[in-house]
Design a binder for this molecule. Structure first.
Ligand code: UD1
Length: 371
């Protein structure tokens, strides 16, 4: 693929909440390296609390483009994005397209660029849950296979790529969410008393929960088992606080559960406060299970598999699936651990810098990874 020689222009595709968080870590680093960034928001997430709240709260520049794709079936949503992203790429002619994570926006951005012969850089490359029924797994695998630069957060991720025959362009970069977690550590501390007070919570005496993955919300059986588990935990004297994702909001309707506080989706800092001060984090989110680990809080993962297997291997998280008793057991057996335990695994807070420098070197013709 052709690489430009000067005035390098990066077009970043974001669309869903976790991508705004990752971009908030990487965008300033790109700027520091003198790279020009055009930000494209697909509009996959569009509620204020799911989108603008993150741009404002994390001081991310407003997007240069918002495609306002909105919701739809997977094919429809991805297809709409693909068509619209292609138009922007033809107009902007970037030297590289940067995508994050595993959402439909990731896949659409990667595919649109690859088809136009524009190099793709994928942040969070090489993650695998080894469950192809998850839309996120399909998005990850496909994005990796059309990428020229693959920023793998951990050694495991590098190993996964190797097994799939991908070595060229791979860089073990660490985790950009860890960078942000560090950057906001002081703010999180300062805001803690106010956030806990506003929700009537006492540190380490409550459970912080989030549920939104299709695998859990689309199965009646799993959904009811999760709700039952939350009731059981509350009955043991641990109030549960649960910011409800829009996908879950529809399912819950006007349902109320004794001891479970259902709240609106939270901004980044407030989420970190709750994750840091909870006795346990209960989640099916990929990002939050990792953030819990960065903050020293034990995590009970509401899934059978995780793409962040390091957390389970290190004993800071457990896979409980959606078996109510196993979820409760996870909460009761939880224990604290040192926040610094996983520092080395996740890149010591300098991943964004490394990624920006590597992109710049690549733009100047340097070969990355094994050829
Ligand atoms: C997506 C990602 C998932 C990521 C998650 C973070 C895919 C396949 N999945 O899942 O990997 O963990 O984002 O949140 O891309 N909705 C609203 N308002 C919004 C956004 C969504 O009401 O601002 C509704 C949509 O109408 C839809 C549902 O929520 O019915 C799900 O949204 P969707 O974008 O399909 O996927 P997520 O579950 O958010």
């Amino acid at each position: 693929m052709k690489r430009a020689s000067n005035n390098h222009k990066i077009l970043t595709v974001v669309g869903a909440r976790p991508q705004f968080i990752k971009a908030a870590a990487v965008s300033p680093a790109l700027k520091s390296e003198g790279l020009r960034e055009i930000l494209l928001h697909t509009g996959q997430h569009y509620d204020w609390e799911m989108s603008e709240a993150f741009f404002e709260g994390l001081k991310l520049s407003s997007p240069d483009y918002n495609l306002e794709t909105g919701s739809g079936s997977h094919g429809m949503q991805t297809g709409r994005m693909l068509e619209a992203i292609e138009q922007v790429l033809k107009k902007e002619k970037p030297d590289l397209v940067l995508v994050y994570g595993d959402t439909n926006s990731t896949l659409a951005g990667a595919l649109a660029a690859a088809k136009l012969n524009i190099p793709v850089a994928h942040v969070e490359a090489g993650l695998r849950s080894f469950d192809r029924r998850m839309p996120e797994e399909i998005n990850r695998v496909l994005a990796d296979h059309v990428s020229s630069l693959l920023f793998a957060p951990t050694g495991n991720a590098v190993g996964n790529l190797k097994r799939e025959g991908i070595e060229e362009g791979v860089d073990q970069s660490g985790d950009v969410m860890f960078d942000l977690c560090r950057k906001y550590g002081g703010v999180v501390k300062r805001k803690t008393p106010r956030v806990l007070k506003s929700l009537g919570l006492t540190t380490k005496q409550f459970v912080f929960a989030t549920v939104h993955r299709a695998e859990n919300t689309d199965s009646r059986e799993k959904w009811h088992a999760v709700l039952k588990a939350f009731s059981m935990i509350a009955a043991k004297g641990f109030p549960v606080v649960w910011p409800v994702h829009p996908r879950t909001r529809e399912l819950l309707g006007s349902k109320r559960i004794e001891g479970v506080q259902l709240i609106r989706p939270l901004p980044y800092v407030e989420t970190q406060v709750l994750a840091a001060n909870a006795r346990v984090v209960l989640t099916d989110s990929g990002g939050l299970q990792k953030e819990a680990a960065f903050l020293g809080t034990y995590c009970v993962i509401l899934r059978d598999r995780t793409e962040w297997i390091e957390l389970v291997d290190e004993g800071v998280a457990v896979l409980a699936g959606t078996v109510s008793e196993k979820i409760l057991e996870g909460v009761l057996q939880s224990r604290g651990y040192s926040k610094t335990r996983l520092e080395k695994t996740f890149g010591e807070g300098k991943s964004s810098e490394r990624i920006a420098k590597t992109i710049r070197a690549y733009m100047r013709g340097k070969t990355i990874g094994k050829t």
